[in-house]
Design a binder for this molecule. Structure first.
Ligand SMILES: O=C(O)C(=O)Cc1ccccc1
Length: 296
């Protein structure tokens, strides 16, 4: 059975996401370690959070995707997230509350209203916070609902969330290999490093717009080199096997100093993508015929 290294420990939202892919799950303590497990061949897959609807992209994932050998996404899944606040049995006073930064950010108002004066502490994951509370390091943890079944803690509060319908997207990553078949409802992700010149980002985006390609995500992250130098993570609707997507990625390659393909895979919502590949296929056929002297 294939194995998935997931951002753990047991009881994280990422574990809930990984369970959907039906494989043997291996918890690891950081996003970087989960992806490294794939790069080292210890597990075939890794499951990590990539973005959420309140706090945006997960920086640790973006950075880990461009470090070392390439990995590609072959699937995604989206979880509706609601949080629990867990405490040790018998807790009467909460002075410290811990969790993953993206969890703390999604319950910031609840904490201010319900636990005024409490100190919030960032931990590597929501479940790491639960384990730390169990060890007596903090008074409370903001966790996934399932965490209460993994740690000797009680529910102080449940269904905690500042913004209704918050959702987090997770990727299933693998070493590069055969791509998932196009489904007509796909997403393609790339990350590009551009030369530092005026208008270069608009050149990239124009290459997509000219081909009628829908941009679904754009994030920038410092290259950790020169101040002001960024990588751009670009998500579009479509599959690299489609002529217009392949055409557009070739154009991005021409405009970029570096480019890394991060995957073409079915979107979690399975919403069909308005494809205009027939125009590109017809154009390629015409160019091919002209090159062969068959057409004027
Ligand atoms: O720490 C976790 O449980 C994770 O899986 C990362 C995360 C944190 C907050 C919201 C969604 C996912």
């Amino acid at each position: 059975m294939p194995r998935i290294a997931y951002f753990g420990p047991q009881g994280t939202f990422t574990e809930q996401a990984a369970l959907r892919f039906g494989a043997e799950l291996v918890p690891v303590d950081t996003i970087q370690l989960a992806i490294a497990s794939v790069r080292k061949g210890e597990t075939e897959f890794a499951c990590v959070p990539i973005e959420n609807s309140v706090e945006g992209a997960v920086p640790a994932t973006l950075d880990a995707l461009v470090r070392d050998e390439p990995v590609v996404a072959v699937a995604e899944t989206v979880l509706d997230v609601r949080f629990s606040v867990l405490v040790r049995p018998g807790t009467t006073e909460i002075k410290t509350i811990a969790s993953h930064p993206h969890a703390l950010a999604q319950v910031r108002e609840w904490i201010a209203d319900s636990l005024p004066g409490v100190t919030s502490i960032a931990t590597s994951s929501t479940a790491a916070a639960a384990a730390a509370v169990e060890r007596g390091e903090f008074d409370a943890a903001v966790t996934a609902p399932v965490a209460v079944h993994h740690y000797k803690l009680d529910e102080y509060a449940t269904d905690v969330l500042d913004v209704a319908d918050a959702r987090t997207r997770f990727l299933l990553l693998r070493r590069p290999g055969s791509l998932p078949e196009p489904t007509g409802a796909d997403r393609t992700s790339v990350v590009v490093t551009t030369p530092n010149r005026v208008g270069v980002l608009s050149e990239l985006l124009t290459e997509l717009a000219l081909r009628g390609i829908n941009l679904t995500g754009l994030e920038s992250r410092p290259t950790k080199g020169k101040l002001g130098e960024y990588r751009f993570y670009i998500d579009v609707e479509g599959h690299i096997a489609e002529p217009r997507i392949g055409d557009a990625l070739a154009a991005l390659h021409r405009h970029s100093r570096e480019i890394r393909f991060l995957g073409s895979f079915p979107k979690a919502d399975h919403e069909p993508v308005e494809a205009r590949n027939d125009e590109f296929a017809a154009a390629a056929t015409w160019v091919d015929a002209v090159r062969k002297g068959e057409r004027g």
